[in-house]
Design a protein around this ligand. Sequence first.
Ligand SMILES: Cc1cc2nc3c(=O)[nH]c(=O)nc-3n(C[C@H](O)[C@H](O)[C@H](O)COP(=O)(O)O)c2cc1C
Length: 236
Amino acid sequence: MDNTLGAILQRRAVKVFEPMEISQGLREQILNAARLAPSSFNSQPYRFYWVESAAKRATVAKLCLGQQPAKTASALVVAVADIGSMFATTQGQLVWMRASNFSEEKIHDYERAAKIGRILFMPGPFGIFAALKWVAFWLLNLWRTSAMPPLFHQDLLKWATKSTSLACQNLMIAAEALGVNTCPMEGFDGRRLSRYLGLSRRYHDIIMVIAVGKRSHAFVQPPQWRRPLQGTVTVL
Ligand SMILES: Cc1cc2nc3c(=O)[nH]c(=O)nc-3n(C[C@H](O)[C@H](O)[C@H](O)COP(=O)(O)O)c2cc1C
């Protein structure tokens, strides 16, 4: 636990890295920590592209607008929100539940919830289903406390972005705890980077690119500033 808090307090966005070898074991530890982050309905609506070969890193760094952290990192992690993975994920969880001897009742409940989720999360052609569901939920909300689920395509991407961002933070804190520095970046050409990775415009959205490596001795980290606690928090 001390290590976790220490990593949170120590982590900084590092802008210049020096070369380091990231072993397969270290890479897997970092990525494992990312996928252990909480996600909405445990749907894990994301995919990480770990770019490590020199040639591919150079291409991705160029698409990160040639930023110094991207150009000097040992690996670049492209974090992609993925709203097309839902069916495969629920199928995977069902296989796991059966193999883990969950009761038939639990499996049936999960199957039902997954089916409802699929219907709920389907915007339909031109968002028609989403519009109808939106009206239904809006009317329901007039007389009882209820939440508006993500219905339209943009809502679904926003929904997936939340879980993806948490996984990104897990990744960065785990890296720090393992002695590896990072820099999250949203400065990239999303259209070209999506095309380079073969992503679908319909299902995918690049949330950030994380530069991973060892802080350069030559890099002077500026002091860290945050608003004071009372500027950030409202205690009720
Ligand atoms: C979503 C997001 C996008 C960011 N984009 C960039 C970026 O494109 N380039 C960059 O050098 N730093 C980027 N940063 C790093 C921030 O500049 C940095 O986290 C902030 O200044 C606070 O510094 P600290 O993380 O060292 O405390 C980004 C951070 C976040 C969370």
